[in-house]
Design a protein. Structure first.
Lengths: 194, 377
């Protein structure tokens, strides 16, 4: 399976333009106004405890700390009117011994926010040998704030080994009940032959 | 001393009044998943969905393949809607690599994804029909599905697993006489769809079984974070195609279909109304499409992204479908997360089935537009 098989295929009908790949723009990107005002509200409230990851058109990223994640999430729900979670993702960073839990939040009630997706990221320390059910990779559950994260957090729990404190239903969802290996979406769980 | 069992492993108390039923996973009306249902007589006391029987680790597999190699296997979670699941991936990779998509390719993509939405919805409608004992509604959509499949086969060469979208456009151009053929078939398809109204949606038996069962209120639909037809049947006007238009959807003429009842009938009707809108979109796109030009921006071999992350979403047959791609500067993505409508709608299954009669279970279950294979990924 080399990458050239798909990229180099050419059918006689296909007209292809010249490659226009990843030119790094040196010009300063203007940050969109509305998104910036939203992100600044969070920073004004929490100061250095919640930092802005990036501001792009329709996308904002806010990095919160484990200690104040509940306050930040409550503020985002009540003051910024984001009302549901689209997905909860765990990303494993074994080099820095951290797991990042990423919440993608959206809004149905506020028409202005319909196209916005707010990314809320928390980094939690990662232990080397996880012990299912008694993990030390822990963070508070956002289930009481965003009800919709319930199944997403269950998936994140089994796939990354992040234990959500306060979650009412910390069971496996997709994996079998007797799964005895490490959580499969961690980077040290490798696929055979790869 | 007895050590306490870990969470989720405790034994449950037995009650002689409550009976536990396993619905599934061998697909007698549950899809490839299991519903653990507790009944008191004929009434469902609680429902615990147990998905995961078709979990294949697509997200993990994506970490081992480069951006182009990921195309054919990322469409596997939902092969009946394969264009729509590749759409957010291609949009995300285009953002990562800074690719421009030619104008004609944008229109071809819209046509392909709308055709694919019809293919999926008809397949779902056929299953919904047969589980409510309406055999005609199994035969008709299965037959009419072929019109859309034929068109997609002409475009991509494959009947179901198209792998038609690539970052930077589509894989190949449409055949020479495609416009007339598509217009002719869509006209006939639309005529057929209008007959569904009489035979299925105005059928008194169907109405009696589905109206007023599994009611989801507007506030709950928002709170539970549902999406797609479940959300729109509960009176929330949210369609990614309108709210965050991608490619050329902002040039096209269509409306979002919203019903406010929130019951199984409304949930089964919204995808049907969406199909009629899809026909409108396809006709409009055929009219506005540039007649010639490039359809694909060529990529370098083994393209690499920067150190960034992208989250893009589209409206699929089951609701908003998002792809979260994290890149760390290598040819392979560092992490790919597929956020699917089926998984997001799963949460309202225990909520809706509680208090329903057991006989209404299929009507509620299938009205959720739920696809187990996609939810498991």
């Amino acid at each position: 399976m080399s990458s050239e098989t798909t990229t180099d295929e050419k059918s006689s009908e296909t007209v292809e333009t010249k490659p226009e790949v990843a030119k790094k723009e040196t010009t300063l990107v203007v940050e969109p106004k509305f998104e910036k005002s939203l992100a600044e509200k969070v920073v004004a409230k929490f100061g250095a405890k919640a930092t802005i990851g990036f501001i792009k058109p329709n996308r904002i990223r806010i990095n919160a700390k484990k200690e104040n994640i509940l306050d930040v999430a409550t503020f985002i729900r009540d003051e910024l009117n984001f009302d549901h979670a689209e997905s909860v993702t765990g990303v494993d960073y074994p080099k820095s011994k951290e797991i990042e839990v990423v919440y993608h939040l959206g809004s149905y009630t506020e028409p202005q926010l319909a196209k916005q997706v707010l990314t809320l990221a928390i980094r939690v320390p990662r232990e080397d040998i996880p012990n299912p059910g008694h993990d030390s990779t822990r963070m508070p559950s956002l289930r009481d704030i965003f009800y919709s994260v319930e199944f997403h957090e269950r998936e994140c729990f089994e796939m990354l080994g992040v234990y959500f404190e306060g979650h009412p239903d910390n069971r496996r969802l997709l994996l079998p009940e007797d799964w005895a290996d490490i959580p499969p979406f961690r980077k040290d769980f490798s696929i055979k032959g790869r | 001393m007895i050590t306490p069992l870990p969470p989720g492993m405790q034994l449950e108390k037995v009650d002689d009044r409550i009976m536990t039923l396993n619905v599934g996973p061998q697909h007698p009306g549950s899809g490839h998943m299991r519903l653990i249902i507790k009944v008191d007589g004929d009434y469902i006391v609680s429902c615990d969905p147990d998905p995961g029987y078709v979990h294949r680790g697509e997200e993990k597999m994506a970490e081992y393949r480069n951006y182009i190699q990921n195309i054919p296997h990322l469409e596997r979670p939902i092969i009946h809607d394969s264009c729509n699941i590749l759409y957010p991936y291609c949009l995300a990779v285009e953002d990562l690599l800074g690719l421009e998509v030619p104008e004609r390719a944008k229109y071809i993509r819209v046509i392909a994804s709308e055709l694919n939405r019809c293919v999926y919805t008809l397949y779902w409608l056929a299953i919904y029909g047969i589980f409510l004992g309406h055999s005609t509604m199994f035969m008709w959509p299965m037959g009419d599905r072929e019109f859309c499949i034929d068109l997609l086969e002409a475009m991509s060469g494959a009947r179901v697993t198209h792998a038609y979208f690539v970052p930077g456009g589509v894989r190949n151009d449409v055949p020479a006489n495609f416009e007339e053929r598509c217009l002719r078939q869509i006209d006939y398809f639309e005529k057929r769809l209008k007959q569904y109204e009489d035979i299925f949606y105005q059928n008194p038996v169907l109405k009696q079984r589905t109206e007023g069962t599994g009611i989801l209120s507007r506030m709950d639909a928002i709170r539970l974070g549902t999406t797609g037809s479940v959300l729109r049947s509960a009176g929330v006007d949210f369609d990614v195609r309108k709210k965050e238009p991608y490619d050329v959807y902002d040039n096209l003429d269509f409306q979002t279909q919203v019903l406010k009842e929130g019951d199984s009938y409304a949930r089964s009707r919204v995808p049907y109304l969406d199909m009629l809108e899809s026909c409108r979109i396809i006709k409009d796109a055929l009219k506005k499409m540039p007649k010639s030009g490039s359809v694909r921006t060529k990529l370098k071999p083994n393209p690499k992204g920067g150190n960034e992350e992208v989250y893009r979403r589209v409206e699929s047959g089951r609701g908003s479908l998002g792809m979260y791609v994290v890149s760390d500067g290598k040819p392979e993505p560092y992490r790919v997360k597929i956020s699917v409508g089926s998984f997001r709608n799963l949460i309202c299954m225990p909520y809706l089935l509680k208090g329903e009669k057991l006989g209404n279970m299929p009507a509620v279950y299938w009205s959720l537009n739920y696809w187990p294979v996609e939810a498991d990924r």
